[in-house]
Unconditional design. Sequence first.
Length: 421
Amino acid sequence: MDHFLYRDGELYAEEVAIAEIAAEVGTPFYCYSAATLERHYRLFDEALEGTDHLVCYAIKAASNLAILKLLGDMGAGMDVVSGGEYARARAAGVPGERIVFSGVGKTADEMRMALEGGIRQFNVESEPEMLALNAVALELGVRAPITVRVNPDVDAKTHAKIATGKSENKFGIPISKARAVYAEAAGLPGLEVVGIDVHIGSQLTDLAPFREAYEKVALLTEELREDGHDIRRLDLGGGLGIPYTNSNETPPLPRDYGAMIKETLGHLNCEIEIEPGRLVAGNAGIMVSGVIYVKEGDGRDFLILDAAMNDLVRPAMYDAHHDIVPVKEAEPGVEPARYDIVGPVCETGDTFARERDMSVIQAGDLVAFRSAGAYGAVMASEYNSRPLIPEVLVRGDQFAVIRRRPSLEDMLNRDSIPEWL
Ligand SMILES: *Cc1c(COP(=O)(O)O)cnc(C)c1O
């Protein structure tokens, strides 16, 4: 459920008309609903009620400081995958003890930054990384709390680019090697083993792969405890999918996910961490775009938008579907038209949808891409020298620009021409 609904034929974000924001901010832009973000965070928090737990929002899904502040103020932890994300979490007021550091390629500088600024744990993904972290911690005279990310070799049954839990993926260490790696970790004085980490992929629409992975983690917990390790924390990653269409696609609810976690892991009395990103932010954001032209082609009509693949890359990158809806609802009884919906970027990949039935649209109309809150703004680029589009946050009847649109000068001024040229 989200808070982007029609009122009197007009799309609203909570109590603010999208058309009103567009008039003030210009198009295209991203718009987030605070109430939806809050609701989704709470669903996870409540799903784990009764268990010692921390919901660590995966910042990479949508990393605007205002979003991080909103979630951090509700008590959320954060999952970061770079020094930049660590800095964002801290700048949003999230204390180090609520930040976990994931990612396959942490540099020594990033490790230093987190150890100095405060960190809950590093999720270590390889033996070389473990040795590097040990060295940085010793240099700073501290012990780095770690989990080891294990790769459970399960098929997440999701898009190949976002599946991470098969043995051929670059993530984590093979679960079959885990006991040896933990033995090695225990011998490194700069590290303190606190638990196990697993994350098998994103946009999972079935609980079965999660269950399979968590059952393997439960067994491993018992084995590692027998080996003398104090396994007290289990980081279960993110990955719960969202419905991208209004069709009958129904991913599991956080409530059922939480129940399954308790069932597979509850007997171990570990603190549970989860790292949802997409489900928190995905349906809490839309991208609003203006129609520049309606172009009649040979056998098909094109809606040419002012948003493009550089602003929302998911359709080009993952063949992702987004529902695209008119901001002004169709009059009842008017036959829909069929369009290819494209952006102005100079490649055919810049196609958001093919043969999509929509109400009749004219140049100057506004359309909204639903479910664009996660992996939308954060993956945008300035390809074709199109400045990054702004982000807007709505709460109740208020809205604010939370990232402004850069001017063309801002964009040009980042380049420099050498004196000798
Ligand atoms: C991407 C990622 C997440 C978040 O995944 P979602 O599908 O957005 O929930 C969590 N943990 C790790 C380690 C990730 O890489």
